[in-house]
Write a protein of this length. Structure first.
Lengths: 217, 314
């Protein structure tokens, strides 16, 4: 079996670190090898210890998570980065991507999303912030309607149906009911769609955010 | 009687007296004055000067006293009142000064009262939100956890899931309260992101369409100015969200000469005539803190425009 991915866990609250560590260490493919209490310490620790993934709190004293992410991602053989945040806000998501992070997980959803997000980050994919998917597919449909040519987007008919329902804000369960397919299948369609539309790609996501004016170019 | 008239009269009276003495007394002055004549002239001059000094000083002294008293008043805190001595010019001046002081203090007290009332209202709203929201969810969580601990060996997964959702909900409530208190996104990501986030927060899932036009490469504003721009936008947009029933709201931020201008315009019902609530006053006060100018008016074709300009270094 492959050895578990090594994780550096950074948060200024020891209680949160303990909780997150418990969740991660329970997974056979993940292990926390180091902890840090702020951004500057994280950068220093990452220099000493080889890690595959850094889980970073966005807001910390001394050096914010965003700044630490910038510094970490500039390194040769930079580790993957996943942001952990209190802020339910798309701007933080996109700024995190731009700072070099692969994903952004809300603390209030950490118990549910964290492990998946870690795995996605380790695979080199972006873990989408909730709501972002809907905004992205809406933007895609809008551009399609205006007749912009979108080279990569060759969706199957079924996928187009799913896209429309996602854009209308239906959750997977509902889409499954409407199309009389299983929830699993809907989830797989969603994954494929995001991949095809380049929404798993950090650079493309950042480009999108700049184009629609969510972040400064 | 006016002060100048009084002094002129005093002088005129003394000159007249001197002239009369010269004209009607037997005293004469030769072409080459004799010593006795010089002495007489000297005595006459001394009498006139002393009389003048006595009369003029009597008139001006109350004013000088008033100036001294004003200096003392300026140094005192809270500002004491000056004493109104006589009914003359000094008395009238003292009354006027006291009246002005009274008005200034009254105005300040009114402002302080309004600010205090505003703060108290805000605090009580936050307390209420914490109490009704987070307080209740945490209580529910506590009860759920207690139940789970007292229960059978393997906890009911459904109840566990409910406890988790309750904790999540309380986190969301805390976040919502914190966000109202302090716009972290402004400090962390800057004005552009903060404004975008503001429109997303207020109008996501709303019928109102948002048009944002935030010019790239705006000059750096200092912290206070950024906060003023943000708060004015927040107030204006909140008003639109609450009252305007607008189809579209436009938010623009751009540079015009030596000003950075924020404009929030909507095509809603417009502000009622004569409306000048605490919100508008708050915006004006904030604008004046950074020497900004604020205009609030009706938009052509219905709706409201709020325009804020803040000066920037050229």
């Amino acid at each position: 079996m492959k050895s578990p991915a090594r994780i550096l866990l950074v948060d200024d609250h020891a209680l949160v670190r303990r909780g997150v560590r418990m969740i991660l260490d329970q997974q056979p493919d993940l292990t926390v090898v180091a902890e840090a209490g702020d951004g500057a310490e994280a950068v220093a620790v990452a220099r000493e210890t080889a890690v595959d993934l850094v889980v970073l709190d966005v807001a910390m004293p001394r050096m914010t998570g965003l700044e630490a992410a910038r510094q970490l991602s500039r390194r040769p053989e930079a580790p993957r980065i996943l942001m952990l945040s209190m802020h339910d806000n798309e701007q933080y998501f996109f700024e995190s991507l731009r700072a070099g992070a692969s994903g952004y997980v809300l603390k209030s959803a950490a118990d549910r999303d964290l492990v998946d997000a870690c795995r996605a980050a380790l695979r080199g994919e972006s873990f989408l912030y909730p709501d972002t998917e809907r905004a992205l597919v809406r933007d895609y449909l809008e551009r399609l309607r205006r007749g912009e040519s979108l080279p990569r987007a060759v969706l199957t008919d079924r996928e187009v149906e799913v896209v429309k329902l996602v854009a209308e804000g239906h959750p997977s369960r509902e889409i499954a009911r409407l199309l009389t397919i299983s929830v699993r299948t809907v989830e797989r369609h969603r994954e494929n769609i995001l991949g095809k539309l380049g929404m798993r790609d950090r650079t493309e996501l950042t480009r999108y955010a700049i184009r629609v004016g969510l972040i400064e170019p | 009687m006016a002060l100048s008239t009084r002094i002129i009269l005093i002088n005129a009276l003394l000159f007249a007296a001197g002239t009369a003495v010269l004209a009607f007394s037997p005293a004469t002055v030769s072409a080459r004055p004799l010593l006795s004549e010089v002495v007489v002239l000297g005595v006459g001059l001394a009498v006139i000067v002393s009389a003048n000094a006595f009369l003029v000083r009597g008139t001006l002294q109350p004013l000088e006293r008033l100036v001294g008293e004003l200096d003392r008043t300026r140094a005192s805190d809270p500002m004491a009142r000056v004493t109104v001595a006589s009914g003359g010019i000094a008395g009238r001046l003292a009354t006027a000064v006291n009246d002005l002081l009274g008005r200034i203090e009254g105005g300040q007290r009114g402002e302080q009262l309004a600010t205090l009332a505003g703060q108290e209202a805000e605090r009580s709203r936050i307390a209420q939100e914490l109490h009704d929201g987070v307080g209740q969810s945490l209580t529910a969580l506590l009860l759920d956890l207690g139940n789970l601990a007292d229960g059978e060996d393997a906890p009911d997964p459904q109840r566990l899931a409910r406890a988790r959702e309750t904790a999540r909900a309380s986190l969301d409530e805390v976040r919502a309260v914190a966000r109202q208190l302090r716009p972290h996104v402004l400090e962390d990501l800057g004005l552009r992101s903060a404004l975008v986030a503001l429109t997303t927060d207020l109008f996501a899932g709303d019928a109102t369409h948002v048009d944002r036009g935030i010019a790239p490469g705006l000059p750096d504003l200092d912290e206070t100015t950024e906060l003023v721009v943000f708060r004015v936008a927040q107030e204006a947009l909140t008003n639109v969200a609450r009252h305007a029933s607008a189809a579209t709201v436009t938010l623009t931020l751009g540079r015009r000469g030596s000003w950075v201008e924020l404009e929030v315009a909507d095509d809603g019902v417009g502000i009622p005539a004569g409306a000048d609530g605490t919100g508008l006053r708050g915006m004006r006060e904030r604008a004046s803190l950074v020497d900004g100018r604020l205009e609030v008016g009706r938009r052509d074709g219905g709706g409201t425009v709020v325009r804020l300009g803040v000066p920037v270094a050229p």
